[in-house]
Ligand binder design. Structure first.
Ligand SMILES: [Zn+2]
Length: 190
């Protein structure tokens, strides 16, 4: 059990903007936001406010990887690495047309990986019975944040295991929700 925790990789990139408050909120909300683990589905929360655009995503690992167990083959390990790299760029998850945004903070919690440090170690212990999830948190800084009109959910294009994403958003004092799908991946917030 402790072992499973240590397998998680947390990547924190340099904070360029003052997002410390939100980072703390994130730490607290991570598990509260969690709903049912359903393959193909995921949950996204978006919070837009004066200078900052924050979003988080909870998803079964299967949606990103195409499998949900400790990677065994070289191909599976490569997939895990590839997905982790792609997740470093928020634009693989969402795009904000017409906005000029800079990445400021990312936290990615992945269930597998870090094989280099575990060379020669095999995990075979009934991992198949367990479900695993990715948790992603992004805080980006956008110029003219008042002009955001829509958000496109890009992960349907980049990761093929997603069928729908329950999106809840807050834009200043407005709020809304939408079940985004491959066919309906644009969230209109104005
Ligand atoms: Zn699962």
């Amino acid at each position: 059990m402790i072992f499973h925790l240590t397998k998680k990789i947390i990547i924190i990139l340099v904070v360029f903007f003052s997002t410390a408050v939100y980072a703390n909120e994130d730490g607290d909300s991570k598990h509260e936001q969690h709903e049912a683990h359903v393959h193909g589905k995921a949950e996204m929360n978006i919070l837009i406010d004066e200078k900052t655009f924050i979003f988080e995503l909870n998803s079964p690992a299967l949606n990103f990887l195409g499998f949900e167990h400790e990677p065994e083959t070289n191909e599976e390990k490569e997939t895990v690495n590839q997905v982790s790299k792609m997740l470093l760029d928020y634009k693989n998850i969402i795009s904000i047309p017409g906005m000029n945004c800079e990445k400021s903070q990312i936290e990615i919690s992945v269930p597998y990986g870090d094989e280099k440090e575990e060379d020669g170690h095999h995990h075979g212990e009934n991992d198949d019975d367990e479900h695993s999830e990715y948790y992603l948190f992004y805080s980006i800084a956008c110029k003219d944040i008042n002009n955001i009109e829509q958000i496109n959910i890009k992960l349907f294009d980049n990761f093929h295991g997603f069928e729908s994403v329950d999106v809840k958003w807050t834009y200043f004092t407005d709020a809304g929700s939408l079940e985004a799908t491959k066919e309906q991946k644009i969230i209109k917030i104005k």
